[in-house]
Design a protein around this ligand. Sequence first.
Ligand code: TYD
Length: 211
Amino acid sequence: MNQGLFITFEGIDGAGKSSHIDALAAAFHTGGREVALTREPGGTPLAEKLRALVLNDAMDPLAEALLMFAARRDHLQQVIEPALAAGKVVLCDRFTDATFAYQGAGRGFDLAVLGQLERWVQGLPGGGIRQPDLTLWFDLAPETAAQRLAGARLPDKFEAQPVEFFRRVAGGYAARLAQQPARFFRIDAAQSRDAVGQAVLQALRAKGWLA
Ligand code: TYD
């Protein structure tokens, strides 16, 4: 049986990760792998309900962080862990790095508390913490992302934030990369869509996970 693979996609709103997730799923299918496509917050009926609350209702940073991790706990137990155990490739649009970037760096919430929640929620029965095998960080200047988002659709609570918020979020992602460089791959998302797609495939080939 294939070994399960957990790959996450991160970046500020407007960085343009979504279409590349679908393309990567297709590439894994072509290579004969079973793929589970999912997202956070969300990915289960309960977590999707929490997503609707957390993306639309005003709340204090602790409530926001707790709801993100509550959704994540359900998602890990119902979807991510079973898929990995079955040898699937799990492609997840955002995961815990987003909580450190948005609630931590963006909102200024206590990083040590987020670290404690991460250890509780992602703790594995045999010890250790579930972390992605690879995180693709779509890095884009906040000004460029704001231009791409402008007029695209009705913004949610986070998308409506000013550019300074996204500068802090981008800094939060850079800090996570600095702490855990081995699992991160930074993609220059200012390139053309084709070039970004090639960079994604290149990252996976470099790992030996795609032919
Ligand atoms: P996003 O992933 O961009 O989905 P869509 O493209 O459908 O809008 O939206 C999720 C939003 O939630 C995004 O603004 C980032 C935010 N978020 C957090 O603030 N913390 C988290 O832990 C996660 C997973 C997401």
